[in-house]
Design a protein around this ligand. Structure first.
Ligand code: NAP
Length: 281
């Protein structure tokens, strides 16, 4: 069987064009343009390229991006002073601190300093805490796992009662992905580097989210053949060519969760501007 392809690029494009329309309406009706401040510390080439992509996506959607770059030897005080300034700047609705920060900086302190209402990456401990708790709502949900869940929804995944396996438990992808699945009433198993017999655990999955950063780690015999028609499977860091022959549905790479991460960031920035406009902040 060949899996249904979940086209992250197409879904992301649709969401981005909806956002562009809302941004144009906000500008026409209220004269307000959503603003995203990006904070880049150091010269990590991957981080520079991610920020470039995010800024271009902002421009395409009519969102103003306000770039801030600090040298790799910037002090904790300098980074914190910048975040405080951005918190106070009314043109800035969302603040994105590109991770990872250089090792000498205290990431937790920096992320905690971002105003809750401008935390468009959703990494503030209060937003993550609310995501973890029953009956609480975070103001913003981390973009990559949220994008993955939206793709699963688009693919018609049934979450209720499904066995979901998340490979990876990082603060930015694996852990929030697991929390989002729990809220959708899936039964969730979170795997990590100490998990025993990973292939066997993965085979129990109706839904599989792989966030390990090890290319092609998930093999076809880790995925239960869905001829039993239990539902959809979505996988990320996978041996795509072989797994697509056994999964019910799968995202390609590239063109899967990557474009969705950016779409969710724009959506969060629009939401932050809407909250500011409505006086909720
Ligand atoms: P990370 O912080 O390095 O976390 C990796 C996780 O995988 C950890 O929980 C680790 O376990 C686990 N792991 C590593 N090797 C393993 C193994 N051999 N067996 C089982 N588990 C293992 O990575 P991340 O930041 O979450 O990123 C994960 C993936 O998502 C990467 O491919 C990254 O490129 C991608 N990503 C994409 C976007 C996007 O915009 N599309 C954004 C962020 C990340 P321990 O906890 O035990 O160490």
């Amino acid at each position: 069987m060949t899996a249904t392809l979940i086209d992250g690029k197409a879904v992301a494009e649709r969401i981005r064009s909806e956002i562009a329309q809302s941004v144009a309406q906000m500008k026409a009706a209220h004269g307000i343009v959503p603003g995203l401040a990006t904070v880049l510390v150091g010269d990590n080439p991957a981080s520079h390229s991610y920020v470039r992509m995010k800024r271009k996506a902002c421009a395409d959607a009519g969102i103003e991006s306000l770039p801030h770059e600090l040298p790799g030897n910037a002090s904790q005080e300098e980074v914190e002073a910048l975040v405080r300034r951005l918190n106070d700047d009314p043109r800035v609705h969302g603040i994105l601190v590109q991770l990872p920060l250089p090792r000498h900086l205290d990431e937790e302190r920096v992320l905690s300093l971002i105003s809750l209402h401008k935390d468009v990456d959703g990494f503030h401990p209060v937003n993550i805490g609310r995501l973890a708790m029953k009956g609480r709502e975070p103001l913003f949900i981390p973009c990559t796992p949220h994008g993955a869940i939206v793709l699963l929804e688009e693919a018609g995944a049934q979450f209720e009662g499904a066995n979901a396996v998340v490979l990876g438990r990082s603060n930015i992808v694996g852990l929030p992905a697991a929390l989002l699945l729990i809220h959708r009433n899936a039964t969730v198993t979170v795997c990590h580097s100490r998990t025993k017999d990973l292939p066997a655990v993965c085979r129990t999955a109706d839904i599989l989210i792989a966030a390990v950063g090890r290319p092609e780690m998930v093999k076809a015999d880790w995925v239960d053949d869905p001829t039993s028609d239990k539902g959809y499977r979505w996988v990320g860091d996978v041996a795509f060519d072989e797994v697509k022959e056994v999964a019910g549905a799968i995202t390609p790479s590239p063109g899967g969760v990557g474009p969705m991460t950016i779409a969710m960031l724009l959506k969060n920035t629009l939401r932050a501007a809407e909250m500011a406009l409505s006086g909720a902040v």
